[in-house]
Design a protein around this ligand. Structure first.
Ligand SMILES: NC(=O)c1ccc[n+]([C@@H]2O[C@H](COP(=O)([O-])OP(=O)(O)OC[C@H]3O[C@@H](n4cnc5c(N)ncnc54)[C@H](O)[C@@H]3O)[C@@H](O)[C@H]2O)c1
Length: 367
């Protein structure tokens, strides 16, 4: 008997999860979405096996339900599903970027058939909708699970088994610690990225040429400001207290920095920048840290010309070095850029380093 999984909300995240889970023969995918065109695309592309526009009909046959709508909609769906009379047990999970408000509602559900396990697959994109869905989106990504108080380990294992085709790394967290960490490393940086873009927009009134200079660093640091505004407003609203506290910390920090500048405090400023550099460089190392995956990075300078990236990748392929992640850090017309390649172990890192160096590439292990 196949495992029947309902995905409610087949956008970027729900569509990507469904695509991955569809790779496993044991899984049978049911789709539900308010957008009928999305459902049709999902059926045409065989991302799902059947579709429904009525939630109760869609949910009744499912053993696992994954809610992948915006957070406020997910909360409404949880309350609606709580009213359904099931003739079997059902595991419900979600994908929301905030876990506190979701788990608060989950712990208040009264339907005895339901076990709720919060979820947050920690990969994404600035794109939205089913066309942006990718089967490999969550490969090697952290997938946070936040079970409710009454949830058993067996139920968590059942959910993990269904999600196994995503090839993500599962970790269990308390909702509070999840929200605190994601607000520091994801939600708050988003707010700051948007504010930097606003600052540039205002200064463009003074210097019309400014956008032409906004390359490299500015683009890197503000990339996340291009994401879906409605989704981020929803995230900020559900993590409002923590965001407000972080914003106050940030304002205090900026006041200190302003003092360094106004007093021209050379030593303090060097020390401030140095501490930030050391911590930032350490983040890239990612040696084994608990359940987090460890990657080993190599930085290769490449020219802005056709085939430049392919030549690096082909060289590593000849030695059977598997690349887990690849990113172009900065490339502008006719200027060198850097390619960051992540491999899985130190031996491959050293092998790749030597191979590229012997083939006259400018290569480093530190950024
Ligand atoms: N985008 C990211 O990078 C990212 C990463 C991790 C988690 N998340 C979380 O994933 C969730 C979905 O985000 P997304 O990026 O996939 O958005 P999306 O806009 O790509 O997709 C949302 C989908 O939900 C559908 N939908 C909306 N209301 C619905 C309802 N009431 N019932 C059924 N379907 C409904 C929409 O039609 C759409 O197909 C959000 O809760 C977000 O916090 C997003």
């Amino acid at each position: 008997m196949k495992r029947k999984i309902l995905v409610a909300g087949l956008g970027l995240i729900g569509g990507s999860l469904a695509k991955a889970m569809q790779q496993e023969d044991e899984n049978y995918l049911i789709g539900y979405d308010l957008n009928e065109e999305t459902l049709q695309i999902a059926l045409n592309e065989k991302i799902i096996d059947e579709s429904y526009t009525d939630l109760e009909e869609a949910a009744k046959g499912a053993e696992i339900i994954i809610l992948a709508a915006p957070i406020s909609e997910t909360i409404k769906l949880m309350k609606q599903i709580d009213q359904i009379v099931f003739d079997h047990d059902v595991i419900i999970s979600d994908v929301s970027s905030v876990k506190g408000s979701i788990l608060k509602v989950a712990n208040e559900l009264t339907n005895k058939r339901i076990t709720f396990i919060g979820g947050h697959p920690m990969a994404g994109s600035h794109k939205a909708g089913i066309y942006a869905a990718r089967e490999h989106l969550f490969e090697n990504a952290i997938y946070v699970l936040t079970p409710t108080n009454s949830c058993s380990n067996e139920k968590v294992d059942e959910l993990k088994k269904a999600l196994q085709p995503t090839k993500s790394n599962f970790i269990i967290l308390q909702p509070e610690e999840h929200d605190e960490m994601t607000s520091v490393i994801s939600h708050f940086p988003h707010l700051i990225a948007s504010s930097l873009v606003h600052q540039a927009r205002k200064w463009e009134q003074v210097h019309h040429y400014l956008p032409e200079l906004a390359a490299g660093g500015f683009r890197d640091i503000t990339r996340i400001a291009s994401s879906n505004p409605k989704m981020w407003q929803d995230i900020f609203a559900h993590n409002g207290n923590k965001m407000s506290r972080l914003l106050q910390d940030w304002i205090n920090e900026m006041v200190t920095l302003k003092e360094f500048l106004d007093k021209n405090s050379k030593e303090e400023m060097i020390s401030y920048l140095d501490q930030a550099k050391k911590y930032r460089d350490g983040l890239g190392e990612k040696k084994t840290r608990g359940a987090l995956p460890s990657f080993y990075d190599i930085y290769v300078d490449i020219k802005d010309q056709p085939g430049a990236i392919a030549s690096v990748v082909q060289l590593l392929a000849t030695e059977n070095i598997s690349i887990r992640n690849i990113r172009i850090l900065e490339i502008r017309d006719n200027i060198h850029g850097a390619l960051r390649l992540s491999v899985l172990n130190q031996a491959d890192q050293q092998k790749a380093f030597a191979l590229l160096q012997n083939n006259h590439f400018d290569v480093t292990i530190e950024p």
